[in-house]
Design a protein around this ligand. Structure first.
Ligand code: ADP
Length: 267
């Protein structure tokens, strides 16, 4: 079976049933970073809903300046511009909503069961198939612009040995590819629905779904806070703002808002 898998406006358009996201939609053969393109567009006044998708990124980024491998033809590398006017303290909710959208869209389109590792990774069978990078600009204490970057390894045949924690939908489906255009459209529709709930102050169902999909909650974790000492504990709960609540062995409970959290096997 040949798979027509172009990731162009013409290929995605017929699948796209959103009102806001992807209106407009710009598809590029290659760019350094779709988040960077959308940030620039935001500075020149681009409207909320703009989506930029690239077939390849030459300088894709993860959190904390880490690189995100984005080869041509096999992934969805896309960034979404939002202007939510939310309190800056709620910005993390955009990442949670995007993670739920990606995990649910993957399940609907590919049949694979995906989970969410706090805060921004979508996992299948313990390995990362998607990452989300949200960058916000604030004015006063409000989010004036948010760029939500989503990378999904769709048909990546294999990963270099230094990326043992990575996987793709193709790998998890035993070599059967997934068409990228319908998956991209499904992610955008789900994210739009969650975003509307967020704006309407009805975020609870999205949070509940996030909790249900979480592979971090209830697990023993190692927390590596940015610029601070690592510590271990139980990932006990997720607060409404997306912070992870970790109970240390001393009984002390800490809220984690940024940093790395790795899941440990039960001790
Ligand atoms: P994490 O939140 O897991 O630290 P980031 O969002 O920072 O991840 O993403 C960057 C990291 O993800 C890189 O350091 C690398 O280990 C890994 N990585 C890079 N490209 C990919 C990819 N295409 N798929 C899965 N993992 C990747």
């Amino acid at each position: 079976m040949s798979l027509d898998d172009a990731l162009t406006e013409a290929a995605i358009g017929p699948h796209l049933s959103t009102c806001l996201l992807g209106r407009p939609l710009i598809c590029l053969p290659a760019t350094q970073s779709t988040n960077a393109v959308v940030r620039e567009q935001a500075h020149s006044g681009a409207p909320e809903g703009l989506v930029v998708i690239a077939d390849a990124q030459t300088g894709g980024r993860g959190r904390l300046g880490r690189s995100w491998l984005s080869p041509p033809g096999v992934g969805i590398w896309m960034s979404i511009l939002l202007r939510p006017g939310l309190p800056a303290a709620d910005a993390q909710r955009l990442t949670l909503a995007a993670a739920v959208a990606v995990a649910d869209a993957i399940a609907a389109v590919s049949g694979l069961q995906a989970g969410i590792k706090w805060p921004n990774d979508v996992m299948i069978a313990g390995r990362k198939c998607s990452g989300i990078l949200t960058e916000v600009e604030t004015g006063g204490d409000r989010v004036t612009a948010a760029v939500v970057g989503i990378g999904i390894n769709v048909n990546t045949p294999s990963f270099a040995p230094d990326l043992t924690a990575a996987t793709s939908l193709l790998i998890e489906r035993g070599g059967r590819p997934v068409a990228r255009a319908p998956l991209a459209a499904a992610v955008l529709l789900r994210f739009e629905q969650a975003y509307r709930q967020l704006l309407a102050g009805e975020f609870r169902p999205v949070l509940d779904r996030w909790r249900a999909l979480s592979v971090t909650l209830g697990r023993r974790v190692q927390v590596m806070p940015v610029g601070d000492q690592p510590y271990a504990g139980w990932a006990e709960a997720a607060d409404d703002d997306g912070a992870l609540r970790v109970r240390l062995d001393s009984g002390e409970v800490r809220r984690v808002l940024a940093g790395d959290v790795s899941i440990r096997s039960a001790e």
